[in-house]
Design a protein around this ligand. Structure first.
Ligand code: HEM
Length: 466
């Protein structure tokens, strides 16, 4: 059983029963300290020096092959190198830049609804189509063009330059996430030996090839030939996508071609399954709340005022308070990044406990968000708790009880994008259809590349009839 699974199933119960916020356990002979106290999480996550990302090979770091997938991207960097690349990556994720991607995301929402509608009335796993929408969105934001993954699912013939048909890309992505799930449950020393490690390397090579091809294409437009003080090449809009931005600022931040490739790959690893998992968990919870589905649909249609979903704007999304509350509640109850790992770089103290240098700390967003001392009716999916009129009764007892994107220097860079993409895709689905769970199906949450359901997300969609 994986450390995460142990934590989710047993440590949470242990923490509640013993009324504590810190639990120390041994996993395969390693000392792991799990933390769910908000002050301790802030202390650990915001610290620039006392706690570091575990780093390759450190206890509790992702097994070798998974770590290799991150390459030299932000999530794998430390210290000054991390700070420098984070600065280089930040601009395209600022809220005003993300706003420029809303039309693409709204188009993806309309496409996703169309693709789901093809199987109205039949039980199906909606997870793959949702992932395709998320893959396309990261394609647009990261590379300046959707990957055509949703169109491919709808049987349209869409090819992406010489990078190959989108279904090869999606196939590689599905292989990668399946292999990642198998590896996430294996101890680091064993992971390299498993067949899943070979499958993961092959899928990662396929994705890396696609990224390199796209970078070559973009570089041929002039991005690589610019000096630090020259203006952007014609046709390259730096504000629009991460790749253009990194190419244009390559000299300023001293980024090599490999670093740029690793960063855009890192966006795929960090940005696709996280958003898709949150949305799928949200849909699964909504299956149990038909009235809430209708309430969100009415709110979205009111905001659209006769326009189609493809014309959704950022202002429409912000106006839909029930939609926003539902997305937030999904982030609370089903944080896609269940936990973050850190290593103590020196002897220190957390919640009054001595933490020896080298100890691994697991900061658990899952347990933080499910702590009954911080959340009334903590285990219930209640979007209402985020609405002003219910906040006194159902809201958290502390503002920092909610940290799905973490905090501090390593907090999620893609949060502003996820907070537009998730609600937009949800709006697109619920404007067009209602959902029921497939007969006999229930989600079974486990840790893979991010949060997943071992039983998939099997649902039946229906056209609204009233
Ligand atoms: C609901 C969706 C998402 C959730 C819940 C989520 C959560 C997180 C969390 C908790 C971290 C911090 C991990 C740590 O402290 O070690 C993180 C880091 C990161 N996320 Fe996200 N994420 C989401 C979506 C995205 C998206 C859409 C992108 C980009 C396309 C993205 C890019 C990143 C990157 C690049 C980092 C590394 C930041 C750094 O190390 O400086 N994430 N994410």
């Amino acid at each position: 059983m994986s450390c995460e699974r142990l934590f989710v199933e047993d440590a949470g119960r242990w923490l509640d029963e013993n009324r504590t916020d810190v639990v120390s356990s041994y996993f395969l002979g390693r000392h792991v300290i799990h933390v769910r106290d908000p002050d301790a999480i802030q202390q650990i996550a915001r610290s620039a020096g006392d706690f570091e990302d575990p780093g390759a090979g450190a206890p509790g770091s992702p097994p070798g092959p998974l770590r290799a997938l991150l390459g030299g991207s932000l999530a794998a960097l430390r210290g000054d190198a991390h700070a420098r690349e984070r600065e280089a990556m930040s601009a395209p994720f600022e809220a005003s830049y993300v706003e420029a991607h809303v039309p693409f995301v709204a188009g993806a929402a309309a496409d996703l609804a169309r693709a789901l509608a093809q199987s109205h009335g039949y039980a199906r796993d909606v997870g793959e189509l949702v992932r395709r929408a998320a893959l396309d969105t990261v394609g647009a934001v990261g590379f300046g063009a959707g990957f055509g993954a949703l169109e491919a699912a709808m049987g349209r013939d869409v090819y992406l330059g010489s990078a190959g048909p989108p279904d090869r890309l999606m196939g590689a992505w599905l292989d990668l996430t399946r292999a990642a799930r198998a590896l996430a449950r294996a101890p680091a020393w064993l992971a390299w030996l498993l067949p899943a490690a070979r499958r993961l390397r092959a899928a990662a090579a396929e994705l890396r090839g696609t990224a390199e091809e796209m970078i070559r294409q973009r570089a041929s437009q002039g991005g690589f030939q610019r000096g630090a003080d020259e203006s952007p090449a014609e046709g390259v809009d730096e504000a629009r996508d991460v790749l253009s931005h990194l190419l244009a600022n390559r000299f300023r931040y001293g980024l090599s071609a490999d670093q740029i490739r690793d960063e855009v790959m890192g966006l795929l690893v960090g940005g696709v399954d996280t958003t898709a998992a949150t949305l799928c968990a949200c849909l699964a919870a909504l299956c149990e709340r038909p009235g809430l589905q209708r309430g969100i649909r009415d709110e979205v249609l009111r905001a659209l005022d006769g326009r189609g979903v493809a014309e959704l704007t950022g202002a429409d999304l912000r106006a839909c308070t029930l939609l926003q509350a539902t997305w937030k509640e999904a982030l609370r109850l089903y944080p896609a990044a269940v936990a973050a790992g850190r290593t103590a770089t020196r002897d220190t103290e957390v919640c009054g406990y001595h933490i020896p240098r080298g100890a691994l700390l697991g900061v658990s967003f899952w347990e933080l968000h499910r702590n009954p001392a911080l959340w009334p009716r903590a285990l219930e999916f209640l979007p209402e708790r985020w609405l002003a009129e219910y906040q006194a009764e159902l809201g958290p007892t502390r503002r920092d009880a909610f940290m799905p994107f973490s905090v501090g220097p390593r907090a999620c860079l893609g949060a502003p994008l996820a907070d537009v993409e998730g609600p937009a895709l949800l709006a697109g689905i619920l404007a067009a259809m209602r959902l029921e769970p497939a007969p006999g199906w229930r989600p079974d949450y486990v840790q893979g590349l991010s949060l997943e359901s071992a039983t998939g997300f099997r649902m039946v969609t229906h056209e609204w009839t009233f």
